[in-house]
Design a protein around this ligand. Structure first.
Ligand SMILES: C[S@@+](CC[C@H](N)C(=O)[O-])C[C@H]1O[C@@H](n2cnc3c(N)ncnc32)[C@H](O)[C@@H]1O
Length: 405
């Protein structure tokens, strides 16, 4: 099993394969009894990779080969965070993997695993630097959050990014009664959203039969915020994989129309699969660039769930933290602005547009809306919400704008 974990981490960290896709395609080749633990070690190592590397560099006193580094990080993760696995077993397994990947490093790996103790790792005195290391987030992000939201909120968000969040499922009222869900015994959280007690949603018959979908609590709140009524015409401008579009249409009782567009053909296929699986009749999905919408008509409601930096969803998408760059925003911010402007031209009079992101960053959120409103005095801000990431749900931003007559 440790070798399986090591191969998974090499694929995710070195070859940049998405962790959820790797696990989807390879988990079957891990012994069934070990799958939950293997998943935990893979995600835990990625989430804490910055901190584990800090510990390695403090003690190594030499350049560490990248494959040996991954082996050390996954072993230290287990030593630091998992008390059920005996230390001698972790060191022994690391030794066996090292024999295959770098026999000359065996002594070094062995010494490092015996020497590094979590409670002896010295952290910088500066509270922001220390937080950045402990939560494996880059210092520029911690400083940016601190400048925008203050230290207390920054601490809370940074620690929340390491949490293992609950799984939520959304009942599809077109196919499943609330009685069926009540009989399943799951806790109702909000509207049609329930807390699912395990990690095997895709294998549950309700999922296969299209009676439920997986959705985060905050993401579901955006679908509710759109406030589309049965019979309305709705455009979801950045729709794939269709989670919010389908939640909105289910709330409309599949009456009216839902037009889903996305720029990536392979992602549009994901929406089309969801339309089939959920058995909705009034949705269509096709490829279209939302920043240059031409002849799609006008809508009562438009959702612009724009591509963003994703700082609100670090807990559920741990790979994001491996690839965070302060320059990511440079191309995203102009694209978000262009998408919002292009969509705004397709809102009916007295219709509404919801702009949303899964990031916590004023430059992509509040500032975008401020500058849009300045340039478009025929729109007014009805409501704005920030959902900060916490130990129950991801973080999101949403703003509702109405077009005046
Ligand atoms: C945050 S995701 C949307 C998630 C989706 N709303 C959901 O809830 O399932 C952003 C989406 O925008 C798409 N996208 C990026 N640039 C786009 C563009 N210019 N036009 C349309 N879609 C775009 C991406 O392919 C991605 O699927």
């Amino acid at each position: 099993m440790r070798n399986w974990i090591y191969q998974a981490l090499c694929a995710i960290i070195l070859d940049q394969v998405y962790s959820n896709l790797y696990l989807r395609d390879h988990l079957d080749s891990c012994p069934k009894k070990d799958r939950a633990l293997a998943t935990r070690i893979v995600y835990g190592t990625i989430q804490n990779y910055g901190y584990l590397n800090y510990a390695i560099d403090k003690y190594a006193q030499k350049k560490v080969d990248k494959r040996v580094r991954i082996l050390l990080a996954m072993s230290l993760y287990q030593l630091f965070y998992l008390d059920k696995v005996p230390a001698y077993a972790i060191v022994d397994e690391a030794n066996q993997i090292c024999r295959k990947i770098s026999p000359k490093s065996r002594g070094f790996v062995n010494a490092m695993l015996h020497r590094i103790k979590k409670d002896q790792i010295h952290l910088p005195d500066d509270p922001l630097e220390s937080l950045s290391i402990q939560t494996s987030l880059p210092l520029w992000l911690i400083r940016m959050w601190n400048a925008q939201y203050g230290e207390k909120r920054t601490q809370q968000m940074a620690w929340a990014s390491l949490k293992i969040l609950p799984v939520y499922v959304r009942r599809n009222p077109i196919k499943a009664s609330s009685q069926e869900f009540e009989e399943a015994g799951w806790e109702k959280v909000n509207g049609d959203l329930y807390r699912y007690p395990k990690n095997d949603v895709a294998h549950h018959p309700f999922y296969r039969e299209g009676k439920m979908s997986v959705q985060d609590l905050g993401s579901y709140q955006i679908a509710c915020f759109v406030d589309a009524k049965a019979g309305m015409h709705v455009l979801d401008a950045c729709a794939a994989p269709g989670t919010k579009s389908m939640a909105i249409l289910e709330r409309m009782k599949d009456q009216g129309s839902m037009t889903c567009i996305d720029i990536h053909p392979h992602r549009v296929k994901l929406i089309q699969n969801e339309i089939r699986r959920l058995g909705v009749h009034h949705a269509k999905a096709f490829v279209c660039d939302a920043s240059e919408i031409d002849d799609l008509g006008v809508y009562d409601r438009i959702l612009c769930d724009v591509p963003c930096s994703g700082y609100g969803v670090l807990a559920r998408k741990p790979d994001i933290r491996l690839r965070l760059k302060s320059t990511d925003m440079d191309t995203l911010i102009p694209l978000q602005k262009k998408i919002l402007e292009s969509c705004a031209a397709h809102v009916k009079e007295k219709g509404q547009i919801v702009y949303s992101t899964c990031t916590i960053n004023k430059k992509e959120n509040e500032k975008q809306i401020e500058s849009f409103l300045q340039a478009h005095p025929n729109f007014s801000l009805m409501e704005e919400k920030i959902l900060f990431p916490n130990d129950q749900a991801d973080g999101f931003y949403m703003a509702k704008l109405e077009k005046e007559s």
